[in-house]
Design a protein. Sequence first.
Length: 348
Amino acid sequence: MAQLSRPGPRRLGWGLATAVLAATGAGLAVALGLPAAWLMGAMIATAAGALAGLPVGLERGPREVAFLLVGISIGSSVTPGILGEVQAWPGSIALLVASIAATMAVSSVYLARVHGWDRTTARFASMPGAFSSVAIMAANSSADLPRVILAQSLRVFTLVALMPPVLSLASGGAISGAATGPQPTNTPPEALAVFLASGAAAILLNRLRVPAGTVLGAMVVSAGLHASGLVEGRFPQPLIILGFIATGAVIGARFRGTTLRTVVRTMPGATVSILLALGVSALFAAAGAWMLGLPFGQLWLAYAPGGVEAMAAMALVLKLEPAFVGTHHILRILGLNLVGPLWLRGSR
């Protein structure tokens, strides 16, 4: 986590208001029995506030702490079951690469040919994940930046809103992932040690400018501590829930400053392109389930064109091996940061 500036009273007040709004939405979603309720409810409530013109948003500090908690939770989920799946990972990663290429090609071609988006904007809007990197690259190109940012925000929002109920329906109301029995909760000293060690790793990776450094550092440290037996059990559930709520608020706040005109211009094409990408990733997940013997839902979350924090958080609440899902999304982000500029070079 990078060095943080001290927010002013107004920003601090709106940050608190955002937290209350997100928590209220999360609580309502839980009461309604929605899948991934803590994440989805917070996201929808915050997005509604942003579209209503409220200056919602969380400061960098709370955002980084939320991502840290998500990463710790992913690492603490490492089990002997997932270690037994390691031999299937090379094949799964190969399918991931093919899925990324296919989803970007299908989405960008659709936006350019059907909706008339210029090639640069279509390609930036179709890159799955790596939101910060995409925004920076788009800002230094001829792309329509507001349209790119809205399309990217809609992509994550749509995936978080659609995938839990779709997976629930596909599995008859019960999503089957890795079978895990009751696990003890970390003791306070253990939880504090994991948090501090993970935070140190996150600070180091962020200073080295590693993509998704906070989640990656926390995930690796937490997984190492749990896999080695130095720490046993899961991270305290209330802290995990706070991470879900804050992550949902971060996603929803991306709609801040969006004008109705931009929404009207962007939403039809972006929504269909997102659904096309989701369908393509589902086809690759089905192929992977058949070839590798892994759960379809686990593979679909791993291949879905969403952000690492959101997809890993969904895997946690849906009990679909978050370490597997999180690792695939981090590899995707690393790969996109390496090859993305080459793919985009001809469209600038």
